[in-house]
Write a protein that binds this ligand. Structure first.
Ligand SMILES: Cc1cc2nc3c(=O)[nH]c(=O)nc-3n(C[C@H](O)[C@H](O)[C@H](O)COP(=O)(O)O)c2cc1C
Length: 325
């Protein structure tokens, strides 16, 4: 199979600093991590919390690409400068978030509605980033309402020196459900290979198992970069499966990862219930690693406090088999 660069998709509320460090300690195969979006803060770009999340020393030397969500190039440029001061050389702009409160302000996928404004936004960003020597990549959807909006959106992107174009081939209206539009990705591949820029394209969406990756490799044989989100949350061994690492003892390794993550959150939240809430959020995905886990999962969801949570996790691990690749 192709030797893919595998990026961990940004996931707000999930793939923060503690998660990234823990995941990377336990699993191989992920090349880099995109941070959940940062919204620029007035006058100062980043606040204390953002800085704590992003300080390279708090990220164990992982390759991190910070992501910014805004529809203002002034706000982007100010925040980008602060990120450069922290040592970052590449930043991503979010043109895909479908949430109502985000798109109503013309941010995320909302920026795809009005292409004149999009052009102005990118003009303001790229003219400054070129001066600063900063690489700026884009993570995008293929349209707001319809997939056929993508050709025009691409013609806007092609005017700018994107460091990378990461495509989640769905429209805003499709949120995270339904079939991905591979034909739209194919359009981008054609456009960019004409420019000899194939290295700059990345596919994201519904890569949930090795067979999905094989299909992708078959369809787009010259693609070498993929981004995975929920697939890695559901099956943390997925990147290892893709690069064909021999991964035995899945149950034991999964348990160690989840225990380590709990420990990290407990430390971060001073032992409070917030740590358990974070773990429960993850179980929504990681339950898919197990066969017939629904019954045992109920007790994890109901658990109040660390002791109940741990007991419920013990029972699940003793009773459910891990799905094999
Ligand atoms: C809970 C959640 C949070 C997300 N947060 C972000 C985000 O902060 N920035 C972003 O660009 N995409 C975000 N996404 C989208 C993912 O990065 C990714 O594009 C999407 O999940 C499709 O990829 P997948 O099928 O591999 O999960 C989020 C998705 C989910 C489900």
């Amino acid at each position: 199979m192709v030797d893919y660069f595998i990026s961990f998709a940004p996931m707000e509320g999930i793939t923060g600093r503690i998660f990234r460090k823990t995941f990377d300690r336990h699993f191989k195969g992920v090349t880099d991590y995109y941070t959940p979006f940062i919204t620029p803060k007035e006058k100062r770009g980043l606040d204390k919390k953002d800085i704590k999340e992003l300080m390279p020393k708090n990220n164990d030397g992982l390759k991190i690409i910070p992501q910014i969500l805004t529809n203002s190039y002034e706000a982007f440029n100010l925040t980008a400068k602060k990120l450069m001061e922290l040592g970052y050389e590449e930043i991503n702009i979010n043109l895909g978030c479908p949430s109502g409160t985000v798109v109503n302000k013309g941010r995320g996928a909302g920026a795809l509605k009005d292409l004149d404004s999009l052009r102005k936004l990118l003009d303001g960003i790229y003219s400054e980033s070129e001066k600063m020597g900063l690489l700026v990549s884009i993570k995008t959807r293929i349209g707001y309402n319809e997939a056929d909006e993508f050709a025009e959106i691409l013609s806007v992107y092609k005017k700018f020196p994107l460091a990378k174009l990461i495509i989640h081939p769905r429209t805003r209206m499709e949120f995270y459900k339904g079939k991905v539009h591979k034909e739209s990705f194919s359009l981008a591949l054609q456009e960019y290979s004409e420019k000899g820029r194939i290295d700059g394209l990345c596919f994201n969406g519904e890569l949930n198992n090795v067979s999905d990756i094989k299909d992708l490799a078959h369809e787009f044989s010259n693609l070498n970069h993929i981004m995975i989100g929920r697939g890695l949350l559901r099956n943390p061994f997925l990147a290892e499966d893709i690069i064909a690492v021999n991964n035995m003892d899945r149950s034991k390794r999964l348990r160690l990862y989840l225990d380590d993550l709990l420990f990290g959150y407990l430390e971060e939240f001073n032992g409070s219930n917030a740590a358990i809430l974070k773990m429960k959020e993850l179980w929504f995905y990681v339950k898919e690693s197990f066969e017939d886990s629904e019954h045992y999962l109920k007790d994890i969801k109901k658990a109040k406090g660390v002791a109940e949570y741990r007991a419920a996790v013990n029972v699940l691990f003793s009773n459910c088999r891990i799905k094999q690749a």
